[in-house]
Design a binder for this molecule. Structure first.
Ligand SMILES: NC(=O)c1ccc[n+]([C@@H]2O[C@H](COP(=O)([O-])OP(=O)(O)OC[C@H]3O[C@@H](n4cnc5c(N)ncnc54)[C@H](OP(=O)(O)O)[C@@H]3O)[C@@H](O)[C@H]2O)c1
Length: 341
């Protein structure tokens, strides 16, 4: 495993995302929540993973509880990250919610406490007052944000008056935008980009296609899995296959190795099994050449998935399991569907 050099306790370049734990929208069921999730965490610890990411909203607190139970006894080996859902994020509320998260996790300190989304009404000058108090009393180590554009990340840091260590954003070969601005900024200034949905929710594993679509609630609303986007991704998947063959690796491993080639990026893939976790951790050992990295980036930039309102009818039809999925022409790319985690 590789670790970041940003003046914090050890942060592994491959972490573990735990939105899947106890969450209905991923639909992995009770055996996963009660047994597999714990086994995934235990194996991750054995393999040197230190970064574990959860949020108060995941499974309405169940993810935090499952994760907390799984790391009990190994607290010192973990860089524990959770997130505040910024509903009425006034200082007293922020503080009270951090205490509630820590209680569910069974810990006395949150190594990284992140604001899950920018609040459209309450400014960061207000939210960060709560964060500052949490740092002062020692309940929170580092402060982070999530889904913040660069300008607002910088403004949040100014409001806090000290480093806002990380910005957790959707970043993968299917959504390479952060490579343009957030990643160079983080590299220059000692900050961290935490890449969420680094496998584009499994789209980049190459395991799904038009005749084999994932059926759970999160992904049935993700436009990437529509056949039209499988078609549009042919070029990207071809390059992914070439690089994967050259390294005797899987698509998913190359997708992760591409992200964490930057010393300022960590990826937090979720996993539905221990085998997936093991494979994802092994991606930290893969060294891409400059040419491979660039070829993947070029292919990623050229991938223009259909999205936005134009694909809504198709998504609904696909979800209902009716009607042909690849028929009418679509508007050009926009936002992809899918629930926010
Ligand atoms: N801050 C935010 O707003 C936000 C938003 C979304 C997510 N997140 C965080 O980021 C984490 C990861 O994102 P995500 O769960 O959306 O997407 P992801 O990590 O890109 O995809 C996870 C899914 O990909 C499949 N997978 C994982 N490893 C694989 C492998 N080696 N080979 C093949 N398939 C593999 C599994 O699904 P199947 O086996 O079922 O195919 C798994 O559930 C979350 O758990 C959460 O902690 C944060």
């Amino acid at each position: 495993m590789r670790y970041l050099d940003v003046g914090t306790p050890k942060i592994s370049a491959i972490g573990l995302g735990t939105w899947q734990f106890g969450s209905r929208e991923w639909g992995y069921g009770t055996p996963y929540a009660e047994r597999e999730a714990r086994a995934i965490v235990r194996r991750a610890l054995e393999l040197g993973v230190t970064l574990f990411d959860t949020a108060e909203i995941y499974g309405l607190g169940r993810s935090e509880r499952i994760l907390g139970e799984a790391i009990a006894g190994d607290r010192d080996r973990v860089f524990l990250a959770t997130k505040l859902l910024p509903v009425a994020p006034f200082p007293a509320v922020v503080q009270q919610r951090a205490v509630a998260s820590a209680n569910r996790l069974g810990v006395s300190r949150l190594d990284l406490y992140q604001v899950h989304q920018p609040n459209p009404v309450v400014p960061d000058t207000v939210i960060m007052r709560g964060m500052r108090t949490l740092q002062r009393i020692g309940l929170v180590g580092e402060v982070g944000v999530s889904n913040y554009p660069l300008a607002r990340w910088k403004a949040a840091e100014e409001a806090l008056g000290s480093r806002v260590l990380s910005n957790q954003v959707r970043y993968s070969l299917a959504t390479p935008g952060p490579a343009d601005d957030l990643v160079p900024y983080a590299e220059r200034t000692g900050h961290v980009v935490i890449a969420y949905s680094p496998l584009a929710q499994g789209f980049l594993s190459g395991r799904y296609d038009g005749s084999n679509r994932p059926r759970n609630r999160v992904r049935s609303f993700n436009a990437l899995f529509l056949p039209v986007n499988q078609d549009r991704a042919a070029g990207l998947l071809r390059v992914l296959r070439e690089v994967a063959d050259a390294h005797d690796a899987s698509f998913a491993q190359i997708a992760l190795a591409w992200l964490i080639r930057s010393p300022a990026v960590v990826a937090i893939p979720g996993a539905s099994s221990v085998a997936q976790l093991e494979s994802n951790v092994a991606a930290a050992e893969i060294e891409l050449t400059d040419d491979e990295w660039q070829a993947l980036r070029d292919a990623a930039v050229q991938f223009r998935p259909a999205g936005g309102p134009a694909v809504l009818p198709r998504l609904l039809r696909a979800r209902l399991g009716s009607a042909p999925l690849g028929s009418a022409p679509l508007a050009q790319p926009g936002e992809q569907g899918g629930d926010e985690g």
